[in-house]
Design a protein around this ligand. Structure first.
Ligand SMILES: Cc1cc2nc3c(=O)[nH]c(=O)nc-3n(C[C@H](O)[C@H](O)[C@H](O)COP(=O)(O)OP(=O)(O)OC[C@H]3O[C@@H](n4cnc5c(N)ncnc54)[C@H](O)[C@@H]3O)c2cc1C
Length: 339
């Protein structure tokens, strides 16, 4: 299995990790980036790509997916090497003091410094316990845990399951384009923002959305490739069959620190404790930025993560190049390599 050598390994390709690639590039450090998800973008792309973000400096409103495209373009001149769809599972020192980072596919990346930008750790959807659901989780299967392209639901029959904000917000949004939206929830009361719940009920009264309550998911039907119907049941066992093209179960995310907990880093409540002056963890050569890091006054915001990325890159430089002084330069002075 392959072994790669780099200056810095960035763990996580969310906004923090992507901007760390840029900041490392600005101080002439090369990066490899690993992410457990198949696509870059972290929470922005996996959870809310089509929602506008209003607190990115200089951008009064920017879709989360667009922010990721821009961060990718900004990092591109520094030619990061991405290893997607792979988790980083182990961290150990080699004899030459370089970090040996083991990935879930058995490959190894050796780096002088590691920047952990792993958000909430490894995250994934809470799957409903339906027999055979994994058969329909692929691109064409019809089960979706995230909406990454709203347009694919145009003129389709969509069953949304859940009672929280995601279920209610997406029901309202998809009702504008879908042929039919059915919301399955086990009780009449929803756990969404009051305004959203009121809007959902208005749309249900108007016959735009069908509320399938009090029901729970019971089974799914399909031809082995594509979902064709969702079976729901009351607590007494009475069932109903809903013909559908898509099932969107929104039962929240399971967020776990995952393998990071085993790397020997100082942790507090599932986050990596850092010195905010340097973003260094208690382990020399390992830094943490973005949602995964903790220090007094930490704000879990993208704009905060950007500043932390700059700090981590500057702090990593003397570890990668102990014999070279780093002269602070503005980007207007240094420019960036031609893309
Ligand atoms: C609905 C919603 C709306 C939001 N709105 C805003 C907003 O308006 N403004 C704002 O500033 N923030 C907002 N946030 C928060 C913002 O998205 C997060 O602060 C931001 O995504 C954190 O970025 P990150 O790069 O630190 O982590 P993440 O975006 O979580 O990315 C971390 C990445 O690390 C990967 N990873 C984890 N462990 C491993 C491992 N062991 N190996 C490989 N990969 C790993 C994960 O797969 C993930 O892709 C919102 C969040 C949500 C859910």
């Amino acid at each position: 299995m392959a072994t790669h050598e780099t200056d810095v390994l960035v763990v996580g390709a969310g906004p923090a990790g992507l901007f760390a690639v840029f900041e490392c590039g600005m101080v002439k450090l090369k990066c490899h980036v690993v992410d457990a998800l198949d696509a870059i973008g972290g929470q922005c792309r996996a959870l809310y790509p089509e929602k506008p973000i209003y607190d990115i400096p200089g951008h009064p409103s920017l879709l989360a997916g667009e922010l990721i495209e821009r961060l990718e373009a900004q990092a591109a001149p520094f030619a990061p090497v991405f290893h997607l769809g792979r988790q980083m599972v182990s961290l150990a020192r080699d004899r030459d003091r370089r970090w040996r980072c083991g990935l879930s596919d058995g490959s190894v990346i050796r780096a002088a410094a590691v920047i952990v930008a792993a958000g909430c750790g490894a995250f994934g959807p809470n799957r409903p316990p339906l027999a055979g659901i994994e058969t329909y989780e692929g691109d064409n299967g019809g089960v979706r845990y995230f909406v990454s392209r709203r347009e694919e639901f145009r003129a389709k029959r969509v069953v949304i399951a859940g009672g929280g904000d995601s279920a209610v917000d997406w029901a309202i949004s998809l009702a504008e384009i879908a042929a039919k939206v059915m919301v399955v929830h086990r009780r009449p009361k929803f756990r969404a923002a009051p305004d959203s719940e009121a809007r959902l009920k208005t749309l249900a009264d108007q016959g735009v959305i069908e509320l399938v309550v009090p029901y729970q998911l019971h089974g799914i039907e399909g031809d082995g490739q594509r979902l064709t119907a969702v079976v729901v049941a009351t607590l007494d066992g009475a069932t109903r069959r809903l013909e559908a093209d898509f099932l969107l179960p929104f039962f929240g995310l399971a967020m776990e620190l995952g393998p990071i907990a085993e790397w020997g880093l100082g942790l507090d409540s599932g986050t990596v404790v850092v010195d905010p002056a340097t973003m260094a963890s208690d382990t020399e050569g390992v830094f943490a930025i973005g949602d995964i890091c903790r220090y007094p006054g930490k704000l879990k915001l993208i704009l905060t993560a950007f500043a932390e990325a700059a700090r981590a890159a500057h702090s990593a430089h003397p570890i990668v190049h102990p014999d070279q002084a780093l002269h602070f330069e503005y980007s207007t002075t240094s420019g960036v390599p031609a893309g």
